[in-house]
Design a binder for this molecule. Structure first.
Ligand code: ZN
Ligand code: ZN
Length: 338
């Protein structure tokens, strides 16, 4: 089989490997589609502190089970499945409170262990979620990016009375827009970004208002419009954003961050406590695949609106470079395997 392997930073090859055998409790997935995500590019470029090399990257993938290991029902062979990349121990404190995404011995497929950019991948059976026939292959491969939004909204508990502001109209921002409007029916969703083409994608995904903050002060613009966001999501992940978010937030607002920067960001106790703000963080997803599968069955979200490019896996370097460079036209890039 062919696997896409990052040998070391900036050295990616398509390698011939032996088809892996599923171990006890595992299934083997013949991969059909995979999605390129920021973290794949970060591992390729050597910017992911958790990655070990060489690594088969890819944590968003869909395919067909073609073999099972010991203790797995043989009837699963032939199932269409999407794979949750989060592998957890099941018994540490975070696991015991339903937070396997921050398990003390967390393993993420495509980061800590070989992932889905390969013709075949072996994964724990319980990580392979059965996809109902009514959900298309392309929607199924988009489940993982939408679980990010499902995890975010599980923390924020949005309501119809909320005015939400999202920083960043990339895939994480756009899946959040679709969840807030399609699932939670939030009163108003505002998206802030510096690229008009991306803001246009946010409108297509359901944003009520978009703001390009390249050359204006977001705070002044919101003051002018008399808008005080009650929910703020930082999907742009710049360390300067939290401070601004605290400033523009309504009293009693909830703010959620997803960034991984190690740079300090200056905030004061007073700015948070005076408004009694709640600040959440969200990482990966805590068993949210069934939630997103339900959203898809009920047609509350539309992943097609995010898919802009498709490449054969042979062209993976071109695909990653398109994802990295073409920020105006590019949102989700899919790789097809055969
Ligand atoms: Zn991802
Ligand atoms: Zn655990």
């Amino acid at each position: 089989m062919k696997s896409i392997v990052v040998k070391q930073p900036n050295d990616l090859i398509i390698e011939e490997r032996e088809v892996p055998q599923p171990a006890k409790g595992e299934v083997r997935v013949k991969v059909k589609l995979a999605g390129i995500c920021g973290s794949d590019s970060h591992i390729y470029r050597g910017h992911n502190p958790f990655a070990k090399y060489p690594r088969v990257i890819g944590h968003e993938f869909f395919g067909i089970i073609d073999d099972v290991g010991e203790n797995v029902d043989i009837a699963r062979i032939g199932e269409r499945v999407s794979v949750d990349p989060v592998i957890s121990c099941g018994h540490c404190y975070p696991c015991s409170v339903g937070r396997p995404n921050v398990c003390e011995s967390l393993t993420v497929l495509g980061v800590h262990r070989d992932g889905g950019f390969s013709q075949y991948a072996v994964v724990p059976s319980q990580n392979a979620y059965t996809i109902p026939d009514e959900i298309s292959d392309e929607s199924a491969v988009m489940i993982e990016p939408f679980t990010i939004a499902a995890n975010v909204t599980a923390h924020l508990k949005p309501t119809e009375n909320d005015v939400a502001l999202i920083y960043g109209a990339g895939p994480m921002g756009l899946t959040s827009v679709q969840a807030l409007k399609g699932v939670y029916n939030v009163k108003e969703v505002i998206v802030v970004d510096r690229i008009d083409e991306r803001l246009n994608m946010a409108k297509i995904s359901g944003a009520d208002r978009v703001i390009n903050n390249t050359s204006l002060s977001l705070k002044d613009e919101l003051d002018r419009l008399s808008i005080k966001p009650t929910v703020i999501i930082d999907a742009a992940c710049h360390p300067s954003i939290l401070q601004e978010a605290i400033t523009i937030a309504s009293p009693a607002a909830r703010i959620l961050i997803m960034g991984f920067s190690s740079e300090a960001c200056p905030i004061t106790q007073q700015s948070i406590t005076s408004k009694e703000l709640s600040i959440f963080s969200s990482r990966l997803n805590a068993k949210k695949f069934p939630v997103v599968i339900d959203w898809l069955k009920e047609k509350l979200i539309d992943p097609q609106k995010l898919i802009t490019h498709r490449f054969d896996y042979i062209k993976v370097i071109q695909a990653i470079e398109t994802f990295e460079k073409d920020q105006k036209q590019c949102c989700k890039v899919l790789l097809t395997f055969s």
